[in-house]
Design a protein around this ligand. Structure first.
Ligand code: NDP
Length: 254
């Protein structure tokens, strides 16, 4: 028995058209899963599907705005029409708006919470009956160092990512009886479009991250391939409600 085999499984990765999501998609696909790249930018999604195809991964894209419940519903319907199953859900779509807490508008707050947290709940609710019917499933939620730490400009983001950890624990306890494992991954500082913007805006960020990270570097999207495979396969069947850091030691450095 190959504990890490995903042949015949279907994995949906929200925000799978770039960054960490695409890194996870590459891992899941190379372990044998068919991958659904689910995001808004269709050009980026098409490029991601092509890239996965070049790795001999069966991949399709579905347009979704995860802040819109009917769009999420349509996405899941399309997955079922195309593949007839949904085994792995990666709630990776995310965004950030950096402000001091007193400066957030309520719309900015809601954009971050809806994109990062409410979307995960929505997609989990939609996936749940399909996973129950299939006899089980795997859900991977993406947290952050801001699930653990605070920073002055991250009130909305930290609230959403702290919420992801607690949502993960609640779903894990509720759905263990259905053989659905729900876990969260907390990436450290990873080189993606999201943080490239932050590096441009925050002077000295790049150097501070390298200095504080015991591994001495930023993470890459491909650093997330292995953990995605572990949490999506039989290798993790008794792992649920966990939060796993992928941060080169950032969070354990005194
Ligand atoms: P990217 O900006 O590269 O990726 C974000 C992805 O989310 C894109 O694919 C984007 O696709 C998608 N997305 C954003 N909003 C929506 C929406 N409303 N509906 C559907 N898809 C959406 O950033 P990362 O790869 O860095 O981020 C991925 C996840 O990892 C996020 O949850 C982020 O918070 C988290 N994270 C990142 C860290 C880092 O250092 N980079 C550290 C810790 C956590 P599109 O625009 O096409 O919709």
């Amino acid at each position: 028995m190959n504990l890490f085999d995903l042949k015949g499984r279907v994995a949906v990765v929200t925000g799978g058209n770039g960054g960490i999501g695409l890194g996870m998609a590459r891992g899941l696909g190379q372990a044998g899963a068919a991958v659904v790249v689910a995001a808004r930018n269709e050009e980026k999604s098409a490029a991601a599907v092509e890239e996965l195809g070049a790795l001999s991964v069966e991949a399709v894209s579905v347009r979704v705005d995860v802040t819109d419940s009917s769009s999420c519903r349509t996405m899941v319907e399309e997955v079922m029409q195309r593949f007839g199953r949904l085994d792995v859900l990666v709630n990776n779509a995310g965004t950030n708006i950096r402000r001091q807490p007193q400066d957030y508008t309520i719309d900015e707050w809601r954009t971050v919470i809806d994109t990062n947290l409410t979307s995960a709940m929505l997609c989990c609710q939609l996936a749940y009956p399909l996973m129950v019917e299939a006899g089980g499933g795997k859900i991977i939620n993406i947290g952050s160092m801001m699930s653990i730490f605070g920073a002055s400009f991250t009130a909305a983001y930290a609230a959403s990512k702290g919420g992801i950890v607690q949502l993960t624990k609640a779903l894990a306890t509720a759905w263990a009886k259905d053989n659905i494992q729900v876990n969260a991954v907390l990436p450290g500082w990873i080189d993606t479009e999201l943080t490239r913007r932050a590096r441009g805006e925050i002077e000295g960020l790049h150097e501070r991250v390298v200095a504080r990270t015991p591994a001495g570097r930023w993470g890459t999207p491909d650093d997330h391939a292995g953990i995605a495979v572990f949490l999506a396969t039989a290798a993790s069947d008794f792992v649920t409600g966990s939060t796993i850091t992928i941060d080169g030691g950032y969070s354990v450095q005194a």
